[in-house]
Design a protein around this ligand. Sequence first.
Ligand SMILES: C[S@@+](CC[C@H](N)C(=O)[O-])C[C@H]1O[C@@H](n2cnc3c(N)ncnc32)[C@H](O)[C@@H]1O
Length: 442
Amino acid sequence: MDHTTVARFTTIADVDRQISLVLSDSPILTTGNFITSRLTRFEHPFFNASPADALPRLLVLKELYRVHDAVDRTYAEHARANRARPASASDLEVFRRTFEEIVELTTHRRPEFRSALGRARRFLDLGCAPGGFATWLLQNTGMQGMGITLPSDTSVPGVPVQDALQSYAPRFPVYLEDVCEIARGQSVTDWEKHVPSTGFDLIIANACIMLAESSVPRSTKIRLMYAQLLIALERITAGGTLILSLWMRPFDWVVDIVAILNGSFGSIDAIKPRYQGKTSFAYIVCQDYKITANKPRHIEHLRAVIQHLDSAEAGDIDTPTLPNLFDSGTPDEETVAFIVRLFTPAWQRQCDAIHRDYERVLSGINSGPAAHSSQCPSSPTVSRRLQEIPAGRSNADNSFDWRKRHVEQPNDADYRRRQDQRNTGFRQLFGVPTAVSEGRWR
Ligand SMILES: C[S@@+](CC[C@H](N)C(=O)[O-])C[C@H]1O[C@@H](n2cnc3c(N)ncnc32)[C@H](O)[C@@H]1O
């Protein structure tokens, strides 16, 4: 989409008109059409099978959004405001609220979800952080948990510690491990000894989210996704629940993961919480794990993909070709229909969230600088920040990378001080066993 056309948009009605124009351009997937250049070939059938107001509208809207200068400026202002603020107790609170919303939305769709949560006794949080899903579970259920998270220091800037939660520490030991190392059988702690013999009733696999919009190579993100799934399938109990955050673009590896989930659980739903409305992932809530004859094949496949991504051949690239995904190179009709059914409500929700934000940004331009800045998050709670951060530039593999906008790197002393406070707090909060408490929290 050319920049000059987009620069002329001053109201959301202009945007909507352009979307209609592009979508009425038939056939839409012709060479030279800008959407074609944004899609992998594997995605074409999904695009064609999706209702027009779901994946097609979303892709066009995202493109019109990312190219607009006002969106860029707003993002830069948010980044500056967020850097200037002190760490606040509401950081990561958004994850707790998000989990609350996931429970509500899933229960609405499948009322048995709440009773499954009520029955669950043990949970595992792969990629845990304070204030997040684990916090909700510890506050709202009697479950015992176990957390795995990285020992170094590159995620979640400015995360505070919620002192009140320290009382939960005995119910939630945290082990500093890399999920990928565990998947390779190279665990560095004794966490395995504490895994219940019957497995976990609930597993949260949400480590990828902080990577979702970052500039790490796509192969690293995919490896983490497969590693989480491998660990989850090996340690979940029969009848158990898995909540996995997953990209919503129907890339071949996303469809591969959904196929494994669909073949292993009684039900799967893609839940898109309002609090993370504009982001490109959804939570796949998988209920009633079945130990089927396919389990060894799934495990073997997951291992093969991880090994492939570890190999020099795959390297740190953005468009890895993975082994044994869809032999014919194209998905069958049933798979396409299933994926479209699964993701359509989530695509629509993301679309609505970006549309609302676009409208807000454009009305800021029309009201002049004072009104515009008043609509930026001057009260920087994370919940507002996450709702309001605009979508970003597309990167090499046509995904949308929110953090590739003009965000300055947090390298000042104040930022580091807050990181240190946060790291100390994380240890206290989760009662990290002393044997594994060395190193910094992320
Ligand atoms: C979004 S945050 C916490 C999400 C938390 N599970 C929740 O749902 O509230 C993701 C966490 O995963 C951790 N993480 C990222 N990559 C990881 C890896 N390879 N192994 C273990 N933890 C990882 C990050 O350090 C971060 O604390």
